[in-house]
Design a protein around this ligand. Sequence first.
Ligand code: 4AD
Ligand code: MG
Length: 448
Amino acid sequence: MLIEAFARDCGLSYNRRIMKWVYIEDIAAYDGQDVEIRGWVYNKRSSGKVRFLLVRDGTGLIQATASSADKETLLFLQFDRLTQESSLIVRGKVRADKRAPGGFELAMSEIEIVQVAADYPITPKEHSTPFLMEHRHLWLRSSKQHAVLRVRAEIVKAIRDFFDGRGFRLMDTPILTPSACEGTTTLFETEYFDQKAYLSQSGQLYNEATAMAFGKVYCFGPTFRAEKSKTRRHLIEFWMVEPEVAFATLSDTIELGEDLVLFILERVLTKRAHELETLERDTKPLEAVRRPFPRLTYDQALPLLREKGSTIEWGTDFGSPEETLISEIYDRPVCVTHFPAAIKAFYMQPSPENPDVVLGVDFLASEGYGEIIGGGQRIHDLGLLEKRLAEHKLPREAYEWYLDLRKYGSVPHSGFGMGVERMVSWLCGVKHIRETIPFPRLLYRIYP
Ligand code: 4AD
Ligand code: MG
């Protein structure tokens, strides 16, 4: 019901006042001024003659207050109609108040209801995770989920600023592809008219082509893995940023990854401190992260793992338990290199000292958050690449263009992929990756 009609029904007079619409995150600039905030009811309470309304507008939360000896004011009558998540426009004077969350309050003069929400399902009580996941479209409004996704947006912005600032060219690689990049077991197959296509697992192969055209490039987009395992670290659809640099070696790519991680960390710690506080993230371990990140070969990592009780054999890939054990040794991310060739992708350049291991690197986040970066140096020799394609039983026809890159001005080159959700998870201290993207695609969930 319109505020004018409501006032008439109550026999009260109402004169619309025009005030400037502002966002809560900018409120400090309006101290002492009359403004309007458009948002939703997060919470409300009354105490004696005072009414408290916690309003969210997508950029923050503000407490709006009103007091009166007379309960029959239009403002109080409107307040009484409000339920959790009702949408409204609230008008009043901004005033600095150290006790108020965020340091400012709104002395309400008017509430204009847009819609009264009935029976909002997510109440301040505890809910089960399946229930919250089923209501993910609403759960996003809760303060912790909101904070995580604000950090995510900052990470994405930092990534773009980092690469754009260093002269990398953004290349948008295709989502529909005729070939596999990261093994054939996690491919999503789809029809492509009368052919088969797969959803991209990584933009890397295409980036190797764009790197030969532009020198240093990056792609940034959604990638897909039909991962049959249900873990806290795997999404079916996740976002990855992938730089690729012509003439760069494994060591160059490790330095680039280190710089990127430190750049993102610093940005989030300075610009998203408030969100990290909302998440109750202990930032000390993040502030302590310094360069250089320790570098360990796979062979050097095995005895350390065994000392910590692991029974891992040479030739086996690290799982979550191994990643966690290694990360516990250090106060910063660790770079593990020189993995056995057999457990890594077909394109990895063998080590010149020992062809059984490859010039690949995995960055393991500190505090047990797992692999955040995977990459390395690519095979640049035509004959060797042809051999690897055959060994991996990959159909040569689909890779002819990729082989061309080794025929026409082939050079050593390197790059990596960083999973955005893994970074969000680590920086926010969120244990399960499902909370790091607005609508996670998981093994047993595609709704909502
Ligand atoms: O190690 P991965 O599989 O490497 C590649 O895809 C390379 N082609 C990248 C490159 O060199 N250009 O994946 C890279 C990163 C991982 O370190 C992890 O952060 C993230 O992508 N990642 C996942 N994140 C969430 N869910 C999954 N299922 C992921 N798989 C990989
Ligand atoms: Mg990997």
